[in-house]
Design a binder for this molecule. Structure first.
Ligand code: HEC
Length: 115
């Protein structure tokens, strides 16, 4: 019995190392807050099948176009693009998302990216 468990655990660990399974670490309090703000302010455009996702899918694979699934985002880049806007995305003002919330969103979106 234990042998099978150990084998399974080893297989899962190997798959995670190989990048087959996204090893999603538990969210920090800041990342959890970021996810909440993201759901309200960003998801309407960056959710599955939404405008922002479809726009990004023109220059990256569809399964990577959802910001929440990205593994290559950088916090400074996310915050800068939020404030300046990019392409057809309007700038997001501090009265809409303040700096603490912007930091939290960036922490959430970069949780699976190298630091
Ligand atoms: C009104 C719709 C809309 C909202 C709201 C919106 N975005 Fe966007 N966003 C877009 C579109 C459209 C693009 C693609 C722009 C382009 O390349 O033409 C984009 C692109 C981006 C990119 C660039 C990704 C890349 O790899 O180039 C980032 C980062 C981003 N958005 C972050 C956010 C965050 C964070 C929020 C919430 C605070 C947000 N966006 C809210 C529409 C939106």
């Amino acid at each position: 019995m234990n042998g099978i468990r150990t084998l399974l655990a080893a297989a899962v660990a190997a798959a995670a190392t190989a990048g087959v399974i996204a090893a999603d670490a538990p969210l920090t309090a800041q990342q959890q807050h970021g996810r909440k703000v993201f759901d309200i302010k960003c998801l309407p455009c960056h959710g599955p099948g939404m405008w922002g996702t479809n726009a990004l899918a023109r220059r990256m694979p569809l399964d990577k176009a959802e910001l929440e699934k990205r593994t290559d985002l950088n916090a400074v880049m996310v915050k800068t693009l939020m404030r300046v806007g990019i392409g057809s995305m309007p700038p997001i003002r501090k009265t809409e998302v303040d700096d603490a919330d912007a930091d939290a969103i960036a922490a959430y979106l970069t949780r699976n990216s190298p630091r």
